[in-house]
Write a protein that binds this ligand. Structure first.
Ligand SMILES: NC(=O)c1ccc[n+]([C@@H]2O[C@H](COP(=O)([O-])OP(=O)(O)OC[C@H]3O[C@@H](n4cnc5c(N)ncnc54)[C@H](OP(=O)(O)O)[C@@H]3O)[C@@H](O)[C@H]2O)c1
Length: 325
């Protein structure tokens, strides 16, 4: 099969198209013919090998796994002898967090992995990208933000993968949502359900008098300290982008003060919790309350171009690869 092989960290030129053996499903696995796989901001950070601490998981001097990529949607080609929940021909989607391998035509996935039947109202392209933003934003909104109907939630970076999912999910839970994005994306944030929008190129949301129960800074461009006055008395600032300021603010606010700074690595959650979040995401998808936002799709061979685009930090929702034309 055709796959993208990665043997070093660096710029998008590190990716090489190659022909490798098609994987075979073990007894507890399924083999998926991939119709679309996600290219995420997290993928591009992993490619650079920075921050270095991440290499403890993905390989110290070079990637442990030569085929990257986690999000996928496709059709089951074959199933292992012990598989009971899926059969050949089923359409599925999910996240292969531990073993990756979705920058390819085929991937094997454990039957009990982060995997679900493809809902009828999602295309392969929409489904391939929806877990990254959907599961991460559910983790942040539910587990860190304790989201409830009527809460005021501000989503900074409302037009990215995490942000587009977060706006829709927060509205689904009945929150009053303010989406922060640039001028060109204001209409997208409104279409997704944001009650209010703020154009960050013209206004600084921390400098008006509004306060929020939760500020979810999906792109990690503001800090807890900058946002403190924009939080309600027991408000939470949560960001999926960890740096030293957030780490120190988390430590301090875990002991002092009512306002809290929070972070979570969604990919490191116990599998049971990720599956619980996937089930919640499926319920929201099936209720028609969230749609996958697709910005661009690239043929498998153009992974480097896809990474260059995602690197710029201005994608709208998701970018996917299409191994099947
Ligand atoms: N901790 C975790 O569990 C976890 C899980 C997944 C991802 N992540 C991380 O989360 C981060 C966000 O991922 P993502 O995929 O959502 O990113 P993304 O899709 O690349 O975000 C792009 C969006 O951010 C907006 N943006 C850029 N600069 C902005 C600014 N100054 N203020 C407000 N919005 C701005 C852009 O809008 P404009 O074009 O309008 O500027 C664009 O629509 C990444 O760093 C990723 O690695 C963490």
């Amino acid at each position: 099969m055709k796959a993208i092989i990665t043997t070093a960290y660096g710029s998008p030129e590190i990716f090489k198209v190659d022909n490798v053996a098609k994987p075979t499903a073990k007894p507890n696995e399924i083999l998926v013919r991939i119709h679309a796989s996600s290219v995420t901001k997290a993928d591009t950070m992993m490619r650079t090998g920075k921050p270095y601490i991440g290499r403890l998981m993905i390989g110290l001097t070079k990637p442990k796994n030569p085929i990257w990529g986690t999000g996928f949607a496709g059709v089951i080609e074959s199933v292992g002898s012990e598989v009971t929940k899926f059969k050949t021909g089923d359409k599925v989607f999910g996240e292969n967090i531990d073993t990756m391998g979705t920058y390819a035509e085929y991937v094997t996935v454990p039957e009990n992995g982060i995997l679900a039947p493809l809902p009828e109202n999602l295309s392969f392209e929409e489904a391939a990208g929806i877990c990254d933003g959907g599961i991460t934003s559910l983790n942040f909104l539910i587990n860190l933000g304790n989201i409830k109907a009527g809460q005021k939630v501000l989503i900074n970076g409302a037009s990215g993968a995490l942000g587009t999912a977060a706006v829709q999910i927060a509205r689904h839970f009945g929150a009053e949502v303010t989406g922060v994005c640039s001028t060109t994306n204001l209409s997208l944030a409104k279409e997704l359900g944001a009650n209010h929008v703020i154009d960050y190129t013209k206004h600084d949301f921390t400098s008006n008098t509004n306060t929020y129960d939760l500020i979810y800074d999906t792109v990690g461009v503001r800090s807890f300290r900058e946002c403190r006055d924009a939080l309600t008395e027991k408000g939470v600032y949560a960001s999926p982008v960890l740096g030293m300021p957030l780490l120190s603010d988390m430590m301090v606010t875990s002991v002092f003060g009512k306002k809290k700074a929070k972070f979570s690595a969604t990919g490191a959650l116990p599998a049971k919790e990720t599956k619980r979040l996937l089930q919640i995401l499926l319920n929201i998808i099936e209720a028609g309350k969230i749609r996958g936002i697709l910005d661009r799709s690239y043929p498998l061979e153009q992974l480097a171009e896809a990474h260059e685009y995602v690197d710029k930090g201005h994608k709208k929702g998701n970018v996917v690869l299409k191994p099947v034309a």
